[in-house]
Design a binder for this molecule. Structure first.
Ligand code: C2E
Ligand code: MG
Ligand code: MG
Ligand code: MG
Length: 290
């Protein structure tokens, strides 16, 4: 369209770009409205099991938010999380996810049978950069723990590598304040961001989540497999727990175990599940059958 404009006129946006921007603004407005509803019933939290590879025991669950748009139906986090981040709406949305997840997590902790070989259940919640930088995060986390009665030792907050790298000093203060609550921290999508390793020692990290791209590359051998091996060795050296993400087949599982990776998550074991299905899964506290 810019070409057809009159002399001296400059149109910056092509019609498709304009449509995309309008669409994004509409979604942002819808998201804002959905979050303003006291019931928040357009949102749901799904929980994906994290398993111990040696015996298939469920050692944790990762909370993953879902949004059912009244007109567009189910939207992928890949669509709405970026909008929530740029608009700042991730702050109230993330606080809601955290509360919901802690509430369920505390219930699961109370109902989980105790005994030999039944590991305590870890609850994992994703944290975006905007949340980390927002004032009140530490208070929100403390409130979610206090309200639910969840043991802080069973809460893990996941932050992506790229986010941890930004605004180093301010982030460091916040991460230490979070750690002081007694929770643990994980680096999500590890290996895909900035790869200076020195920060691993400077930041109070407990867990590395090996990005799915390396898991996918395992069967091809080559550099992805080499990197997966290196990350697992690194975790070992620094006494960080490694969790492989996006494990989809048995060959990958076998390969990871051979490399000494003890924990994994992926469609091979379970998809993100609604609360009731996690309830059923945890009833006997036993291994997850594929
Ligand atoms: P993530 O935290 O790295 O979560 C893992 C994603 O991989 C999830 O996608 C999960 O459904 C998917 N996944 C797990 N196993 C497999 C597998 O075997 N194969 C494949 N192909 N995918 C697998 P999901 O739920 O669509 O979430 C995407 C991203 O959105 C998350 O990546 C996270 O960065 C973000 N997200 C989701 N929920 C929240 C939230 O409550 N807060 C924040 N800040 N971000 C969230
Ligand atoms: Mg995650
Ligand atoms: Mg991840
Ligand atoms: Mg990811």
């Amino acid at each position: 369209r810019a070409k057809h404009g009159g002399k001296g006129r400059t149109e910056v946006f092509a019609p498709e770009m304009h449509a995309a921007i309008v669409d994004r603004l509409a979604l942002e407005a819808d998201l804002r409205r959905a979050l303003a509803e006291p019931s928040r019933d357009q949102f749901a939290v799904r929980f994906q099991p994290i398993v111990r590879l040696t015996d298939g025991a469920v050692v944790g669950v990762e909370a993953l938010v879902r949004w059912t748009h009244p007109v567009r139906g189910a939207l992928s986090p890949a669509t709405f999380i970026p909008i929530a981040e740029t608009s700042g709406l991730i702050v109230p949305l993330g606080a809601w996810v955290l509360r919901e997840a802690c509430r369920e997590g505390a219930r699961w902790a109370r109902s989980r049978p105790r005994g030999r070989g039944v590991p305590p259940l870890t609850l994992t919640v994703n944290l975006s950069g905007r949340q980390l930088q927002a004032p009140g995060l530490v208070e929100d986390v403390a409130a979610a723990l206090a309200e639910s009665g969840l043991d802080p030792a069973s809460l893990v907050l996941e932050i992506t590598e790229t986010v941890i790298m930004q605004q180093t000093e301010a982030n460091l203060v916040t991460l230490h304040a979070l750690k002081a609550l007694g929770i643990r921290l994980a680096i999500d999508d590890f290996g895909t961001g900035y790869s200076s390793l020195s920060y691993l020692q400077r930041f109070p990290i407990d867990i590395l989540k090996i990005d799915k791209s390396f898991v996918d590359g395992l069967s091809r051998g080559g550099s992805d497999a080499a990197l997966a091996r290196t990350i697992i060795a690194l975790g070992d050296t620094l006494a960080l727990r490694c969790i492989a993400e996006g494990v989809e087949d048995d060959a990958q599982r076998t390969h990871l175990q051979a490399l000494g990776c003890d924990y994994a998550q992926g469609f091979l074991f379970a998809r993100p599940l609604p609360v009731a299905e996690i309830d059923a899964l945890l009833v006997n506290g036993t291994a997850l059958e594929r």
